[in-house]
Design a binder for this molecule. Structure first.
Ligand code: NAD
Ligand code: TYD
Length: 348
């Protein structure tokens, strides 16, 4: 049986991925998460009942904790979701982003290289245990911003504009270097904005739903015409599963949705779906370095694995709104964590 270490599994995409893999594979899953403000074990209540699921509290920056976990569970696949992920927080305090996203990823790579290498002391050894694999979860934001036309391809220049994006781009470069230097079997996926159940309410879509439900103004940065290439989280999980099955080491794969929506369109649709007034919309000062538009060309992934997204933006948004309405306790509990303090710092 394959043993997958999912780092950051208590976060939004990680928890959805664990649920997806428990349902669609026979792998054993080890969720390795430091439980920062964004990590929430309540998102995995159902998984806890599954004998193929284990939680380990740990930090990807710790050599001891990572190495011990790799050994203890005989891990042969690592999927690295663990990260500081919010652009606005990276503007308020970038240090944590360098520490977790860059140094944490490099530490994970090194611990895996040593554990999987057939001759760990020999830096020239390019032979690893059979079928081991490291999957780095990256983002479209490493490519920077697009104008009105065109899409990002895997060989588009890396041009990050926020400290978050710069830290993710740096991590990608370390993954690439481990492949080139050590023949380390790693793959990078870069995905567009995800949405769906269990997303922390500081991100746009759950923020709109939460504020709407509580009659709080919805802050829209600048003119609200920035465009994102939204992907329903389950489609991201199925793409990652395809990459684990048939992606090639040393490659980068873009993942994205088929629709592009401006932020203002997204807010208006959610207000309509939840029966709230557009008077809640409040235009506020723009985010510094705000990327105007993202769009991903995922042809390469489609050609290599046959993957394509199945859930349309409209259907995904309806499912997401229904999920939050049916899980208001999860939403309110999560919002009670660091969210209120953060909102005071960020929006007042
Ligand atoms: P999230 O903020 O919801 O979750 C991050 C998780 O990582 C949390 O559970 C947190 O506790 C954990 N974590 C943070 N620091 C850690 C550390 N030092 N050691 C161990 N665990 C730690 O993030 P998300 O939205 O689920 O994103 C997951 C990954 O996907 C990230 O790498 C992100 O860059 C990438 N990504 C996200 C999106 C998106 O739209 N959310 C799009 C593309 C790529
Ligand atoms: P976000 O969910 O933070 O994702 P990202 O910055 O990674 O794309 O934001 C999505 C878009 O929504 C982005 O253009 C910024 C915008 N936005 C607002 O206008 N107001 C807000 O309060 C937030 C959180 C985001």
């Amino acid at each position: 049986m394959r043993h997958i270490l999912v780092t950051g599994g208590a976060g939004f995409i990680g928890s959805n991925f664990i649920r997806y893999m428990l349902e669609h594979s026979s792998c054993e899953i080890i969720n390795f998460d430091a439980l920062t403000y964004a990590g929430n074990l309540k998102s995995l209540k159902d998984a806890e009942r599954n004998s193929r699921y284990t939680f380990v509290k740990g930090d990807i920056r710790s050599k001891e904790q990572v190495s011990e976990t790799l050994r203890k569970f005989g891990v042969d696949i690592v999927v690295n979701f663990a990260a500081e992920t919010h652009v606005d927080r990276s503007i308020l305090s970038p240090d944590a982003f360098v520490s977790t996203n860059v140094l944490g990823t490099q530490n994970l790579l090194e611990c895996c290289r040593v554990y999987w290498s057939l001759s760990p002391e020999d830096k020239h050894c390019r032979d690893y245990k059979p079928d081991v694999r490291f999957l780095q979860i990256s983002t479209d934001e490493v490519y920077g911003s697009l104008g009105n036309d065109g899409k990002f391809h895997e060989d588009s220049p890396i041009a990050p504009n926020s400290p978050y994006a710069a830290s993710k781009a740096s991590a990608d470069l370390f993954v690439r270097a481990y492949w080139e230097t050590f023949g380390f079997p790693a793959v990078i996926t870069r995905c567009s904005n995800n949405f769906g159940p269990y997303q922390f309410p500081e991100k746009l879509i759950p923020l709109i739903i939460y504020n709407g439900l509580h009659d709080i103004k919805i802050p829209i940065y600048g003119d609200g015409q920035q465009v994102r290439n939204w992907l329903y989280v389950e489609d991201h999980c199925s793409a990652l599963c395809s990459v684990l099955k048939s992606g090639k080491s040393g490659e980068v794969y873009n993942i994205g949705g088929d629709t592009e929506e401006s932020n203002l369109q997204v807010v208006r649709t959610i207000l309509r779906l939840t029966g709230r007034s557009e008077n809640l919309i409040q235009f506020v000062a723009d985010r510094p370095g705000h990327d105007r538009r993202y769009a991903m060309d995922y042809t390469k992934l489609h050609q290599h694995t046959g993957w394509k997204p199945h859930c349309s933006f409209e259907e995904g948004l309806e499912r997401t709104v229904q999920w939050y309405l049916a899980n208001e306790t999860w939403l309110n509990d999560t919002a009670d964590r660091d969210f209120q303090t953060y909102c005071k710092t960020m929006y007042t």
